[in-house]
Design a protein around this ligand. Structure first.
Ligand SMILES: Cc1cc2nc3c(=O)[nH]c(=O)nc-3n(C[C@H](O)[C@H](O)[C@H](O)COP(=O)(O)O)c2cc1C
Length: 662
């Protein structure tokens, strides 16, 4: 139960940390003390530091910060988690987090000098306004930073996002007024995990290195979307039919795959179902048969969901599945059985297994024929709704979603691809007049200035409008300049959400520039467009701030049923471009019999049905239009709901047919 032990130890240590009394360095074996040499070396093996036990509540943070070059040890195998963090250290950590950008001027404080280990960091922190000096020419390099200072500094670095307003801490009264918004944000974003439970934040306590590592880790990896809800696809397959489907499932879900391999493999004779004396038949008729399994799953506690695949043998699961189920603890886990068979249905085979893992939440099983296609598996898995833990929640009352950056974004907006000049201004104005508060533009559309003009001329308070723009790959080499250019063209103060238009040379560096723009308050949230599973898997470990949103082509004929749940499971909002099929391709989906039939049943248009289908899949929509009637129609998406059966019928229209090349 690694995750549970971890969270328990987090809670306990947070309590110590909050009281700031008992949880001192003495609680952990001091390096070289010989007190518990074995424990030390185990800790060192796990975290690389003898003073950071593997199950310390901040251990993940230390490992993350060290491996990302954000914090180093204080010795070759010492991290000093209890050491207080000075203001110079804090500046240095954020500076590293920001990719150590070049600074234009040396530090301008009486207590800092160029050439010191913190010189550039202090100059940078002051320059971008993340850590100002004391106002008397002193930076306070050696002064310890308090928790409220650290939280506020991180909040500024994050671009001062808004959080809730509720007072969640019982000692909220002792938070300095300048730190209140920062604590609200940090709590909402899950950066102070553990504190909230105890309801005390002890703002004036000095922050320690272990705490800082944990806080930065949660911030950088999206604290509130801690990676749980992992899925395992476990299967037994004697002749390969179940194996093929299990492999599809693991690929679709991006889940781990485990083959249940009997210690003694089944020979062809063993599988002869016509012979009463064959091994398979003997086992199936023996209630106590438990064929041994070779190897096993060492981290079963990491999985919250297990898809369990098996062939049907005489109407039941092979007995090796019983061996598997009895071997592990499945209490609290969801098990989803699936089987392949020649002609039998799943019958009672899944129900019979329930007694072997009684604490599990068993879902209804499903039978597939051997040779079932990946598309069929995608449809089935899509309907299971398995990855829900971290999925950003759509609020259909307020018609908004809260991004992992803490900012709130409308669920429907206007796309402006191919709208230029006056048409773009009038379309964006028409949308704003009709209540649309989300507008999507891009450098390559050549209409950022027009979108900005419409926003300014609307008279709507800036905070109420959400503008997305994108850097094109030919801008990646000078992303900083490109961001300034976008800001200038838009001329609306800041960019709500900046995306990379599609993968290209220098995209990681460009993303890092966007991270710095967040720190500088130029951009509030950042994300990606046209990034799919493989691209994300490669990209995400290289960046610090998780994308708030990924915008991809999504419509009934190109549904991305494997990509959407993967992105959402990371706590990232999915937005679809070309929701109605895209320019030149809208007629077919709008006239599609399934869609128009559903539309007629609801007294809605086909376009509204498609947009609603997107919303119910957790996909934000930005249909493009210059027609005020269509723009109006595209906003009326919240007075009806598609049934599960209607959703399934639209899901079945998928053809994996892309309408653009990205
Ligand atoms: C011993 C044995 C018993 C079987 N009993 C049934 C059965 O009752 N009904 C059925 O439709 N198929 C039955 N089959 C066929 C398998 O369920 C089917 O071929 C399955 O897809 C094989 O999966 P695998 O390749 O993953 O092992 C049986 C096969 C064997 C070897």
């Amino acid at each position: 139960m690694r995750k549970r032990i971890l969270s328990l130890s987090r809670a306990v240590c947070m309590l110590c940390l909050l009281t700031m009394t008992s949880c001192s360095a003495a609680d952990f074996p001091a390096a070289g003390s010989g007190a518990d040499h074995e424990a030390e070396s185990l800790a060192a093996q796990a975290t690389g530091f003898t003073d950071v036990p593997q199950d310390a509540w901040y251990a993940d943070g230390v490992t993350y910060c060290q491996s990302h070059g954000i914090m180093e040890g204080t010795g070759s195998d010492i991290f000093s988690p209890e050491t207080e963090v000075t203001r110079a250290m804090l500046a240095t950590t954020l500076y590293r987090m920001s990719g150590s950008p070049a600074v234009s001027a040396p530090p301008d404080f009486t207590d800092t000098k160029p050439g010191t280990w913190y010189g550039d960091a202090v100059a940078w922190a002051a320059e971008i306004g993340v850590i100002a000096g004391y106002g008397n020419g002193v930076f306070g390099v050696n002064d310890p930073a308090t928790r409220e200072q650290a939280v506020t500094i991180l909040w500024r670095y994050a671009g001062k996002p808004t959080g809730g307003t509720e007072e969640v801490f019982s000692d909220a009264g002792s938070i300095s007024s300048w730190a209140r918004s920062a604590f609200h944000w940090a709590d909402t974003a899950g950066i102070l995990d553990g504190m909230t439970e105890e309801r005390r934040c002890v703002p004036q306590a000095n922050i320690r290195r272990g705490e800082l590592a944990a806080m930065l880790y949660r911030y950088l990896t999206g604290g509130h979307m801690e990676q749980n809800g992992q899925i395992l696809v476990a299967y037994f397959s004697a002749t390969g039919a179940t194996k093929a489907l299990a492999e599809y499932a693991s690929d679709i879900l991006n889940a781990d795959l485990y083959e249940i391999v009997p210690e003694v493999p089944y020979t062809t004779d063993d599988l002869n179902y016509n012979s009463n004396s064959s091994r398979a038949n003997q086992e199936q008729s023996d209630p106590s048969a438990r064929p041994a399994i070779s190897g096993g799953v060492s981290n079963m506690e990491d999985y919250d969901v297990v898809l369990l695949g098996y062939p049907i043998w005489h109407g039941q699961a092979p007995k090796v599945i019983s061996t598997f189920l009895e071997h592990y603890k499945f209490t609290g886990k969801t098990i989803v059985p699936f089987c392949t068979s020649h002609s039998s249905g799943i019958g009672s085979s899944d129900m019979e297994l329930h007694t072997l893992a009684p604490g599990a939440d068993w879902r209804s099983g499903r039978q597939f024929a051997g040779g079932t296609t990946r598309e069929t598996m995608e449809e089935w898995i899509g309907g299971l709704d398995l990855r829900t833990e971290n999925v950003p929640e759509f609020d259909f009352e307020t018609k908004t979603v809260t991004l992992n950056s803490g900012y709130i974004m409308p669920l429907n907006g206007l796309g402006t691809y191919s709208l230029t000049g006056e048409t773009c201004v009038s379309s964006a104005s028409a949308a704003l007049e009709r209540g649309v508060r989300l507008i999507d533009t891009a450098h390559i559309y050549g209409n950022e200035a027009e979108v900005g003009q419409a926003v300014r001329e609307s008279g709507i308070p800036r905070e109420e409008v959400f503008v997305i723009t994108k850097l094109y790959p030919n801008q990646f080499a000078n992303a900083e300049g490109a961001i300034d250019e976008a800001l200038e063209k838009l001329d609306i103060g800041y960019i709500d959400l900046l995306l990379l238009h599609h993968p290209g040379t220098g995209d990681v560096e460009a993303y890092r520039a966007m991270e710095r723009a967040v720190a500088a308050g130029k951009v509030r949230s950042i994300g990606l467009s046209n990034w799919y599973v493989e691209e994300l898997e490669e990209f995400l470990p290289q960046v610090s701030i998780p994308p708030a949103l990924v915008q991809n082509e999504i419509h009934p004929y190109y549904q991305e049923n494997d990509v959407i749940p993967y992105i959402q499971s990371l706590g990232i909002v999915v937005q679809g471009w070309y929701p109605l099929g895209g320019r030149g391709h809208t007629a077919e989906p709008l006239e599609d019999e399934v869609i128009s039939g559903i539309a007629a049943a609801h007294g809605k248009s086909s376009a509204q049905v498609i947009l609603r289908w997107n919303l119910q899949k957790g996909v934000v929509v930005i249909p493009g239009s210059s027609n005020p009637d269509h723009i109006q129609e595209n906003t009326e998406l919240y007075d009806f709901e598609l049934t599960e059966a209607e959703m399934a019928r639209i899901n079945a229209l998928n053809r994996n047919e892309k309408h653009d090349w990205y």
